[in-house]
Unconditional design. Structure first.
Length: 255
């Protein structure tokens, strides 16, 4: 009930329209931009991780073909320095683990972890890891597999931070919108308030000789013209009635 009472005011409706329009536009642009940025960063991250994996697979291909677990482990130390890589594992063609580091918490049946980062689904917002396997080839023959697990939680966190920033920006935009709406309110409602005041005075005093001032050339000005024209018709009617009454009085006096 209170909301309906407030929205009966033209000023409140103008403020609501301005604020809603500004906030909606800010949120739409900000969230869309944040989503596109996250999608682009996801594609770049996957390309970077694939490049690292391919380079590492090429490095360990020879020692893996020889079955030299020591050389394979030493080769893995290079990616161990990368904070994004949380787990790495090298297996031979018999699925025997020759070298690994980190905590392998990703199960091979976890399809979400092995899904591409380029899917662009909302599941990426809560995604923590990206896992992928690459074949290791030596002399044209497969000699094993390389599995890498990367931490990608920062992608969703960056999007959430962008949404929070968008909400803060929308709040500031709403305040600016309220300031803008105040000037619009005076431009729109002042002529209406003047006309309303003139109508009240005419109703209270029955002074149909009054003329409401025309302050604008828009629809409000046309409304003022219509009101003044109505008063003009009333004055003309009163004049005709007065003339008719005086004529009847003269006729009665001379009879």
């Amino acid at each position: 009930m209170a909301v309906n009472k407030v929205l009966k005011s033209i000023k409140a409706k103008i403020a609501l329209i301005v604020v809603a329009g500004i906030v909606s536009a800010v949120l739409l642009v900000s969230v869309t931009t944040a989503w596109r940025d996250m999608s682009r960063q996801s594609r770049d991250r996957q390309a970077q991780l694939n490049a690292v994996g391919e380079a590492l697979a090429a490095t360990i291909s020879a020692p893996l073909a020889r079955g030299d677990a020591g050389d394979v482990a030493r080769a893995l130390r290079a990616v161990r320095q990368m904070p994004a890589i949380s787990y790495a594992r090298v297996t031979d063609t018999q699925a025997t683990v020759l070298a690994q580091f980190g905590v392998g918490i990703v199960l091979t049946g976890n399809a979400d972890a092995f899904a591409s980062l380029e899917t662009g689904s909302f599941a990426a917002l809560s995604r923590k890891q990206f896992a992928f396997e690459l074949p290791v080839v030596a002399a044209g023959a497969p000699v094993g597999k390389l599995m890498l697990v990367a931490d990608v939680s920062d992608l969703g966190a960056a999007f959430r931070d962008s949404v929070v920033a968008a909400l803060a920006t929308a709040f500031i935009a709403a305040l600016i919108g309220l300031l803008i709406s105040k000037s619009l309110q005076s431009m729109v409602t002042r002529p209406i308030e003047d006309l309303t005041g003139a109508m009240r005075d005419v109703r209270a005093t029955h002074d149909f000789a009054r003329v409401a001032p025309r302050c604008s050339n828009d629809e409000t000005g046309q409304l003022v013209d219509a009101f003044n024209e109505l008063l003009s018709h009333i004055r003309e009617r009163d004049r005709q009635l007065t003339n008719h009454r005086e004529s009847l009085q003269q006729q009665t006096a001379t009879a």
